[in-house]
Design a protein around this ligand. Structure first.
Ligand SMILES: Cc1ncc(COP(=O)(O)O)c(C=O)c1O
Length: 395
């Protein structure tokens, strides 16, 4: 019996090593990784640049404290601000913490204006993390229910509901921010409309609200730009990220532009590990590797290869109800029930998962080659062909 808390339903496989887009189990079997540790290993497993940076830093210094200057943190912040146009960065350890920081930035923005009961507008179906603030901002009653009371101060609207946002602008005085994932991941890969994002930007400007993007999943090259906002052409005031930033080392970041950079002041926020030398060294290697060759341009190429593989093998195109997403956030919603799909893929030595209950989610690394991408698509097709002919199948 495992001594680990049962917070995860785990699959019956454990990996011993990995390289590029492949993981190897304890018997040396190769699995094609179309999930990247849930959007983390965007550069693939054990990328040599990241490994080198970690090794060198591990031999020099692991941790000091944010009480002192940390040159690796300074360097990473400079790289991120130069590449995003944001102005300042707070480093933390996870996506949830990056969102907690964004929530505190928004509340501080309100407090500075004398707003005592600040409201942050959030979106139905959003996922922002499991800590209490991030969980309260999340739009999923199922994962909130057992942990009430939630943090107050969130107003939730439907995806792309411009009218609801306009009504809030007319009727609420205490709004301080709009916080959203430009492409919702956990609820099944739902990109928000650019029109909605643009309208949100305008309303934020008109009403002195902060526009805050959660790019924990969509960021770090995954969606065809370093951060997907750069592709969408709508720039947030606050940008939360994590996951792919460290390619496996735990690091998150909350970036702020001119409007939001001076809001948090000494004593307002902190973390012991956030921005420590080893995580920052790894993240610098990630950011430099991504940007040196604009590796994010691979995202659409790999996406096309996967979808060509899928449609090339599908017996009947109507087995797929919808394909959504951007770059390497790919949601494939089949007509069949999805309960068996993760297991069927594992049997075929393909790693993927199901998000939002009904959508196959593929989050492959930017280093997946054309043959591997085609195989991912073909295997998904094979599973859907099998299920399509026999929807009750448990094979
Ligand atoms: C969009 C988004 N925000 C926040 C989180 C939480 O990140 P973490 O698990 O690192 O706390 C996730 C994790 O899946 C996510 O997809």
């Amino acid at each position: 019996m495992s001594a680990i808390m049962s917070t995860y339903g785990r699959l019956p496989v454990a990996f011993a090593s990995g390289s590029g887009a492949e993981l190897y189990d304890q018997n040396g079997h190769a699995f094609l990784d179309a999930l990247s540790g849930i959007a983390v290993t965007n550069l693939g497993h054990c990328h040599p640049n990241v490994t080198r940076a970690i090794k060198e830093q591990a031999e020099t210094l692991l941790h000091t404290s944010n009480l002192y200057g940390i040159s690796q943190q300074e360097r990473l912040a400079t790289e991120l601000t130069q590449l995003t146009g944001m102005k300042k960065v707070f480093f933390c350890n996870s996506g949830a913490e990056a969102n907690e920081t964004a929530i505190k930035v928004a509340r501080r923005h309100g407090a500075n204006q004398g707003i005592k009961d600040p409201k942050i507008v959030v979106i139905e179906g959003a996922f922002h993390g499991r800590t209490m603030g991030a969980l309260s901002a999340t739009g999923s009653a199922a994962i909130q229910e057992a942990f009430k009371p939630l943090l107050p101060g969130f107003i939730r609207i439907g995806r792309n509901d411009i009218e609801a946002l306009e009504n809030i602008a007319k009727n609420h005085r205490d709004v301080v921010a709009v916080h959203l994932e430009p492409i919702q991941g956990e609820s099944g890969i739902w990109p928000l409309n650019t029109d909605f994002l643009k309208r949100a930007r305008t309303l934020c400007d008109e009403h002195n609200w902060l526009l805050s993007f959660d790019e924990v999943q969509s960021g770090n090259g995954r969606c065809g730009a370093l951060y997907v906002f750069q592709r969408l052409g709508v720039t947030p005031d606050v940008l939360a990220t994590a996951k792919g930033l460290g390619n496996g080392l735990p690091i998150g970041a909350c970036m702020t532009n001119e409007r939001a950079s001076e809001l948090l002041i000494a004593g307002d926020h902190g973390t012991t590990y956030g921005g420590n030398p080893i995580c920052c060294a790894a993240a610098s290697a990630v950011i430099n590797t991504l940007s040196a060759e604009q590796l994010w341009d691979q995202a659409d190429i790999i996406r096309d290869a996967i979808l060509n593989g899928l449609y090339g093998e599908l017996h009947d195109e109507t087995l797929v109800k919808d394909v959504r997403g951007c770059g390497l956030m790919i949601g494939i919603e089949p007509r069949t029930p999805t309960a068996d799909i993760v297991r069927m893929a594992l049997d075929r030595r393909i790693l993927l998962n199901v998000a939002g209950g009904n959508t196959i989610r593929l989050l492959p690394p930017l280093v997946m080659n054309a043959d591997q991408a085609k195989r991912v698509g073909e295997n998904v097709a094979d599973i859907l062909n099998t299920l399509g002919n026999n929807p009750q199948s448990n094979s």
